[in-house]
Design a protein around this ligand. Structure first.
Ligand code: MG
Length: 381
């Protein structure tokens, strides 16, 4: 790059956060980490500052509990917001988990920073509002989800006007080859054995149920302004094609690399430049790539995501929040694997507003959904 880019990382101790520090250190002439946050993991947060790419006066925030170390100057959700707004960073990597990540996305854009976004809830809950905010602030949202990063890079190179539709690839998760009648009795431990990606707990369960792909379908619709009919999903067990775009003339383009999240992280950090790196290079002569259609009976949460997308903004907030609570209940052993879809379906059936007019309304719908989903989960137990 032609200048030293300053980077703030929200969720520094998680999988994406750690890989952000790693890839920034590989390109230490281009990046300096100037602020870091973690939710609970104080030890992990403090260990980050040993990394040479982290500046000596790096600001630190522990957002989920009271820190016991004086080097951590910011605390709580409000502290995190203040750290983002006060920061001199050029770009905020938002790798927070769950619905709480929305506040950091808002703070980043409102204070004039680009947003490298790994928190898909931001777009699923408030896509139209956040894209509007970015436009008003003349800042960019750079997707860090591997599928969306792939689509984004192809759209950047080919031009949005040339693209007709997108196809998201999905690994199929831990149960893609499990007999259909055995799915109901699958445990959290089994769901956590993901075949190709190593990720956090919640996203790995979401991968097994394909709620993750459902969230990504919604994310793609909002990020790329694409109707539900123009977004499809294909199972690709090897996770080498990170998504396809179909051009107006019917040609299909793919972005292909080894499954390594550091590639989409680096692409987002470097944008609008295309950085030199071979970290995820793949030799097609050595790589099998297979594809098969999705069986919606196996993955009801994928079909429900399309239902939510067509129903409107309140329904996509409901899809996300109901699934979040259902996954918690499944992890606690309170409900079965196939109940994940039932909880989301029953919650969607309650009916939710078509439009969320501002961020307060997003939060109000989110709270209402959670109250509703808790009752639905209780009835299932
Ligand atoms: Mg993804």
């Amino acid at each position: 790059l032609d200048y030293m880019k300053q980077v703030l990382v929200v969720g520094a101790t998680g999988s994406i956060g750690r890989q952000t520090l790693d890839i920034a250190a590989r390109h230490a002439d281009d990046y300096r980490i100037v602020a870091l946050s973690a939710h609970h993991d104080q030890t992990g947060l403090l260990s980050c500052i040993d990394n040479p790419v982290v500046s000596s006066n790096c600001k630190l925030c522990l957002s989920g509990r009271q820190p016991s170390d004086a080097r951590i100057g910011y605390t709580g959700a409000d502290g995190l917001r203040r750290m983002i707004i006060d920061s001199t960073a050029d770009i905020v990597v938002n790798a927070a988990a769950g619905a709480d990540g929305l506040a950091s996305s808002i703070a980043a854009l409102e204070s004039g920073k680009d947003l490298a976004l790994a928190n898909k809830e931001t777009i699923v809950m408030a896509g139209r509002l956040i894209i509007d905010l970015a436009r008003k602030a003349s800042r960019r949202i750079l997707p860090v989800d591997s599928e969306h990063a792939a689509i984004f890079s192809m759209i950047e190179r080919l031009g949005r006007h040339t693209i007709k539709s997108v196809i998201l690839t999905a690994s199929g998760g831990a149960f893609r080859d499990t007999a259909l009648q055995e799915l109901a009795s699958m445990t959290a431990v089994a769901a956590l054995a993901h075949p190709t990606w190593s990720m956090g707990t919640k996203i790995t369960i979401d991968s097994a149920s394909m709620a993750n792909k459902g969230l990504e379908v919604i994310e793609a619709a909002r990020l790329f302004d694409m109707p539900a009919d123009n977004i499809s999903v294909v199972i690709h067990p090897e996770s080498r094609v990170h998504s396809f775009v179909r051009a107006r003339d019917g040609s299909l383009y793919a972005q292909i690399s080894r499954p390594d999240m550091r590639l989409p992280i680096l692409a987002a950090l470097a944008w609008p430049q295309v950085p030199d790196d071979n970290i995820a290079d793949l030799d097609p002569a050595m790589a099998a790539m297979t594809f098969r259609p999705v069986d919606l009976a196996r993955y009801p949460l994928l079909g429900l995501a399309y239902d939510a997308l067509r129903a409107g903004e309140g329904a996509t907030i409901a899809y996300n929040a109901a699934n979040e609570l259902a996954v918690e209940a499944f992890m606690d052993g309170l409900i079965g694997f196939m109940d994940l879809g039932s909880v989301v379906k029953s919650t969607l059936e309650c009916g939710w507003p078509t439009l969320a007019t501002d961020f307060d309304m997003v939060q109000a719908i989110d709270r209402h959904v959670r109250d509703t989903a808790v009752m639905i989960i209780k009835e299932l137990q």
